[in-house]
Every structure is written in C-alpha cells, then in structure tokens.
Design a protein around this ligand. Structure first.
Ligand code: CTP
Ligand code: ZN
Length: 158
C-alpha cells in the first residue's frame, strides 16, 4: 500500500506518471532531473517523508500529462534506485516498472578528474563508470579510477 493506509495525501491523477518509492528527501532532485519547474502549467504533486512499509519513509512525485524518456529513467535510477515508475491512463496504472541501476553507467555522468581521458577534447571516449556501491551510491571511473559519490552525481543530473 502506497502513501498511508488511511487516506491519500494527494488525489489520484488521471493521466501521467507517478514516481513512487523515492528515497525520503530526494524528490526535489527527481523534479530537477525531469526539468519540471511548475511553470509548465500541468498539475504536479510532491509528497515528502510519508510512511512506507518498504522504505520506512519515502517521497512521491506525481506529474500529469507527462511520460518519462528512457534517459530520464536512467538518471532517476542513479539518485533514487528504489523508485517505481507508474504510468497512469484514465486513472489506472497501465504500466509499473522499477528503475534499474546498471552495473556500468555510460555517457550520463562526467568524470570529475579534468585530466581524465574521457574529458579530453577530440577524444571520442564516452565517460564510463563502474558502480562500486549502491547504497550510498559510489561510482568509479573506468579510465582513471576517480570516484564520484551522491551529491556530486546529483549536481550533474540537472
Ligand atoms: N496513483 C495515482 N493516480 C492514479 C493511480 C495511482 O496517483 N490514478 C498512485 C498511487 O497513489 C500510488 C502509485 O500511483 O502512489 C501506484 O499505484 P498502485 O499501483 O495502485 O499502488 P500500490 O499497489 O500500492 O503500488 P506498489 O505496489 O508499487 O507500492
Ligand atoms: Zn576518469
């Protein structure tokens, strides 16, 4: 059961996407990844720190009239690896997918080492990281061995 067992904190949406089971406190980062400012004119609901049987506390983001691109889902997996994406059509959940954090992250995050070969101009090398820890998240550059963690990853995902 999502949200609380007694009542919904925000109403159900008609069409759009519900991103559920977001680690508590990271919903704003999810909105950032999606580039949602609120000025788009569609209804957006942000629920933070509600009870969850699986996570203790969690955040939820509901966006009307918006579905997510695969690259957006991949970015969300980096900061909210527990998230579930629910596609809503005519009030019903028509698709539910758990985001998946791959073992290797390619082309999304830049290496923080300016001398890394993946940062050199004219080198056709995409940045590539191995996931060395998931909770808390820690990535290691395949080329230079530099590590990048939570907040530094989140800062790049805007
Ligand atoms: N939801 C919504 N609007 C709808 C349908 C669902 O906002 N028209 C929200 C629900 O409130 C919930 C999420 O989408 O936060 C997933 O809905 P559902 O699959 O019905 O809930 P659960 O079975 O509790 O989900 P899970 O098993 O993923 O925890
Ligand atoms: Zn590197």
């Amino acid at each position: 059961m999502s949200e609380t067992s007694r009542e919904l904190i925000v109403s159900k949406i008609r069409n759009g996407t519900v991103i559920d089971h977001i680690p508590a406190g990271t919903a704003l980062q999810v909105l950032n990844i999606l580039g949602i400012t609120g000025r788009e004119g569609y209804r957006v609901a942000l629920v933070m720190n509600v009870e969850s049987s699986k996570l203790g506390r969690k955040d939820i983001v509901k966006v009307e009239n918006r579905e997510l691109k695969p690259e957006e889902v991949n970015k969300i997996a980096l900061i909210a690896p527990t998230a579930t994406i629910n596609i809503i059509r005519d009030y019903r959940v028509v698709r539910k997918v758990k985001v998946k954090l791959q073992d290797v992250i390619e082309g999304i995050i830049k290496c923080p080492n300016p001398n890394c070969i993946s940062n050199l101009p004219r080198e056709p090398i995409k940045p590539k990281f191995r996931v060395v820890s998931r909770n808390p998240i820690k990535l290691k550059c395949v080329y230079c061995g530099r590590y990048i963690t939570g907040d530094d990853i989140a800062r790049q995902l805007h």
